[in-house]
Ligand binder design. Structure first.
Ligand SMILES: Nc1ncnc2c1ncn2[C@@H]1O[C@H](COP(=O)(O)OP(=O)(O)O)[C@@H](O)[C@H]1O
Ligand SMILES: Cc1cn([C@H]2C[C@H](O)[C@@H](COP(=O)(O)OP(=O)(O)O)O2)c(=O)[nH]c1=O
Length: 205
């Protein structure tokens, strides 16, 4: 396991296929000797999970969403992520701050400079080492979601919203190309798994 890829995040619009691959990636890392901690955002601690329930089910504006999600993130970092990394574990997190830039920033139209300030305050410079970005057209993701589950507050948004979110992820990826691994998530499950494996191999994971 490469010591430089221990904080790994999964990102993408809802229905992109993240959940389908997180367990098998974690298993692969374990087989290669890593002690893996799986977690998620919004959430990851009792406090942040309480905020997640409000975030997902109460109506609010983009700034309120951002304040809630960054409050939960602060607790998650202090209670879980930073101690796990300090103990030598690999942290695999289903979504992190790129989602705030994509959903609250690009999706809701929140000022990116405010988000960048919150990011700096809350993370104090800490970033994931590797981010898998599951990229696919909003229409394909919507079809997958419709076949799979009931929509939550975010999943009820229209295709234009999710295309803005997708563009928000593209902008974050362009700004940090070393950290981001773009996955063509429109392909089959097996082809997506092969892309992920290739990225991990390239990084010695
Ligand atoms: N590559 C794929 N091709 C077709 N369907 C997929 C693919 N990956 C995932 N799915 C299906 O799409 C739906 C959403 O996938 P999921 O992993 O829950 O996405 P996410 O966690 O990104 O919201 C699920 O029903 C899943 O089985
Ligand atoms: C972490 C985060 C998530 N979200 C949104 C994206 C998702 O629609 C929702 C819940 O995320 P998640 O539990 O990952 O949803 P799913 O597994 O169904 O894809 O929260 C934000 O808007 N901002 C954020 O900072």
């Amino acid at each position: 396991m490469s010591s430089s890829s221990r904080f790994i995040t999964f990102e993408g619009i809802d229905g992109a296929g993240k959940s389908t691959h997180i367990a098998s990636v974690s298993q692969r890392l374990r087989e290669r000797g890593a002690e893996v901690l799986n977690t998620r955002e919004p959430g990851g601690t009792p406090l942040a999970e309480s905020l997640r329930a409000l975030f997902l089910h109460s109506s609010m504006d983009g700034l309120t969403e951002a304040l809630l999600v960054f409050a939960g993130r602060r607790d998650h970092l202090r209670q879980v992520i930073v101690p796990a990394l300090a103990a030598g574990k690999t942290v695999v997190c289903d979504r992190f701050t790129d989602a705030s830039f994509a959903y609250q920033g690009a999706g809701r139209g929140m000022d990116l400079a405010v988000l960048a300030t919150l990011e700096q305050w809350v993370q104090e410079g800490r970033q994931p080492d590797l981010t898998f970005w599951f990229d696919l057209p909003a229409e394909v993701a919507a079809q997958r979601r419709a076949a799979a589950r009931e929509a939550d507050r975010f999943e009820q948004q229209d295709l234009e919203f999710f295309e803005r979110v997708r563009a928000g992820y593209a902008a974050r990826a362009a700004a940090a190309p070393q950290r981001f691994a773009r996955i063509d998530a429109s392909l089959s499950v097996a082809e997506v798994a092969a892309q992920i494996a290739a990225h991990l191999e390239a990084r010695g994971c």
